[in-house]
Write a protein that binds this ligand. Structure first.
Ligand SMILES: [Zn+2]
Length: 326
């Protein structure tokens, strides 16, 4: 961690920062000065779920920050601050949910999010100037300021031009709104918070709101939490644009698609891949169903303790999945 903070300090020194509006680029005295803050607030009241099978398929139309600010290297080490967390979100389940939702992005692109522990430091919302940048990426619960009060989540990050003149995110914080905790309680708590987190992680990686309604990153209006538990093709394309596609991205996108077309079998939603016998696998604990990629072929397991069944080439399935927006 010290090494990371040290690097942040060095980058800060080489890439002088000024505070200015979202995405605004300024320069002075021949120095490349990075633009500064970036915030995304999420979940006003409206939600608009669009069933995958009935909605028109749109072309990828994701939106990135204009400077293409991103994690360099492509690893985000982030802490969780459990202070004020709703009682039913005990530390272990919250850390697990954070990592699991983050891993959905690693399934499709070459970026890694490491939830490495807890901190007492609060996330800094609405970073206005360099003094708000502590180099510590934090997720935590807090009451949002008035102008963000109607949102459930908010991400604010800061980037600096590094020694290679690349725009590197050096501090990304995610706030979860304590005033809207009721959305994350009850039967669908994990699904709802998981959906919100999946969307917010996209921002933490440098992805803005997409223009494509069939995407997790769409926000006009926001899709439902259920919708946001499987990444769409537009989300995968956005992340791959910044970080490159993950080695098994096509298979993972087929799995994302399968979760939408086989909703009864692939439960619970919000699963990310783990290695089983060395192969990337999604296991669905409610049904025992599992999907696996092995040597460019997709396999499924119809239930607990059952044999794997070959479904054919990843590329054939990916053609189907991508044509349906995954
Ligand atoms: Zn958002």
């Amino acid at each position: 961690m010290y090494r990371w903070i040290w690097r942040t300090l060095i980058l800060g020194w080489t890439g002088l920062v000024v505070g200015c509006g979202d995405g605004e680029l300024t320069s002075s005295a021949g120095t490349v000065i990075s633009p500064s803050r970036h915030k995304r607030s999420d979940f006003s009241g409206a939600t608009g779920d669009i069933p995958a099978k009935s909605a028109p398929v749109e072309q990828p139309q994701y939106v990135l920050h204009q400077a293409r600010a991103r994690l360099i290297p492509a690893v985000l080490q982030v802490y969780y601050n459990p202070t004020d967390a709703p009682a039913h979100w005990d530390l272990a389940s919250m850390l697990a949910l954070l990592q699991r939702t983050a891993n959905k992005w690693s399934d499709v692109c070459n970026v890694r999010i490491e939830v490495i522990g807890t901190t007492g430091v609060k996330p800094v919302m609405q970073k206005q100037s360099a003094v708000d940048v502590d180099g510590l990426s934090v997720i935590g619960w807090l009451v949002f300021p008035t102008d963000l009060a109607s949102f459930s989540g908010n991400v604010s990050w800061w980037y600096r031009t590094n020694a290679d003149r690349l725009p590197a995110i050096v501090d990304a914080d995610m706030g979860l709104n304590l005033s809207r905790v009721s959305r994350f309680t009850g039967e669908s708590a994990a699904l709802n918070l998981g959906g919100l987190l999946t969307h917010e992680w996209g921002h933490m990686l440098g992805i803005s709101h997409s223009n494509t309604s069939q995407s997790v990153m769409f926000a006009a209006p926001y899709n439902s939490y259920t919708f946001q538990n499987s990444l769409r093709g537009d989300d995968a394309a956005a992340c791959a644009d910044l970080y490159g596609a993950a080695p098994h991205a096509q298979a993972m996108r087929v799995f994302n698609w399968a979760e939408q077309v086989l909703p009864d079998l692939l439960q619970p939603l919000g699963v990310s891949s783990t290695l089983v016998d060395g192969f990337p696998t999604r296991e669905y604990s409610q049904t025992g169903f599992a999907l696996q990629v092995r040597a460019e072929r997709i396999y499924y397991r119809p239930g607990f303790q059952q044999a794997w069944i070959d479904l054919g080439l990843v590329s054939d399935w990916f053609a189907v999945a991508s044509s349906q927006g995954f």
